[in-house]
Design a protein around this ligand. Structure first.
Ligand code: 5RP
Length: 296
């Protein structure tokens, strides 16, 4: 039974300091009027400085056992301590990730194609909202293929996913995918894709870096994170494009191959964190990478 002994009367306003309205709060683009659950999920993924580094381990959903992701449990175990979010499918999450994980999860929920199939763009939704809730995800990710034969199908999937996820306060991250047509990655095309994704309700958009990246971020009313694409020749090149992308309005990165296919993936993530969270220049990040690499 609740105890009423020694119950103290509530204080009056005059006996207390002036009431603080709201808190400083971090600024998340387009997120000023979100419900508590949606905002809380985004806040778990985006750090107090408004920036983030996500770790994508989702490539197997169309590529099979990709180089350096042959055993996803091992890659995740070694790298997730440096990530603000982990991007995986439900299969890898259930089979290869410790449920005690504190890092928030972004669940990849589109797929249905493969590198040996007819068209990578022919994706559908692969995961129900019940499953997203059961897996306690912080967000979900879906690819859209603007300009492809499957443009309408993938955009419709995005819109339907947003409808279902908004009901549960789950943010949708749209991925502006190009399949095998890497030459599509121009500011004009990516700005178009990102804007369409946001218009259809994505709360965050992942897209490729390109020249004039500010044209992409400026036209997108929600946060943009940079995807990596094929491996660069040098680490310095990676730090340079990430630095430039951040200067031009990205809030962070979602780099796969340029991280885990590097011989020193943990050093890569730590050096990237220096750029993303500490404002390091590409040269400073490269120095840090070399120091960490030698110490490993
Ligand atoms: C694969 C993805 C990846 O998460 C994304 O492309 C990032 O990986 P990478 O840096 O290797 O391109 O969405 O479909």
């Amino acid at each position: 039974m609740a105890d009423a002994e020694g119950l103290l009367e509530a204080r009056r306003a005059a006996d207390m300091a002036a009431e603080q309205k709201g808190g400083p709060g971090k600024r998340i683009k387009g997120a000023d009027h979100l419900g508590w659950g949606m905002r809380n999920r985004l806040s778990r993924l985006i750090r107090a400085d408004g920036h983030c580094q996500f770790l994508p381990i989702d490539h197997g959903y169309f590529q099979g056992p990709t180089r350096c992701l042959e055993r996803p449990a091992e890659t995740i175990r070694d790298l997730v301590p440096y990530a603000d979010g982990l991007f995986v499918t439900r299969g890898v999450l259930r089979a290869a990730v410790d449920p005690d994980l504190e890092t928030p999860v972004i669940l990849r929920v589109s797929g249905g194609t493969s590198v040996v199939g007819k068209d990578l763009a022919d994706e559908v939704l692969t995961t129900s909202v019940d499953e997203m809730v059961r897996l306690n995800v912080a967000a979900v990710g879906i690819s859209i293929f603007v300009g492809s034969d499957y443009e309408k199908q993938t955009l419709e999937s995005l819109a339907l996913l947003v409808d279902e996820c908004e009901a549960y306060g789950i943010p949708v991250m749209a991925v502006t995918a190009v399949g095998k047509e890497l030459e599509k990655r121009t500011a004009r095309y990516l700005a178009l894709s990102c804007r369409i994704a946001a218009e259809l309700g994505a709360r965050i958009v992942k897209t490729y870096y390109c020249e004039e990246f500010d044209r992409v971020t400026n036209g997108c009313p929600v946060p943009v994170v940079i995807a990596g694409g094929p491996r660069c020749e040098t680490e310095l090149e990676v730090f340079e494009f990430v630095y430039d992308g951040m200067q031009k309005g990205a809030i962070g990165v979602n780099l796969g191959r340029n991280v885990w296919q590097n011989p020193h993936p943990a050093a890569m993530m730590r050096a990237l964190n220096a750029v993303i969270h500490e404002g390091a220049t590409p040269a400073q990040a490269f120095d840090l990478f070399n120091t960490l690499k030698q110490a490993a």
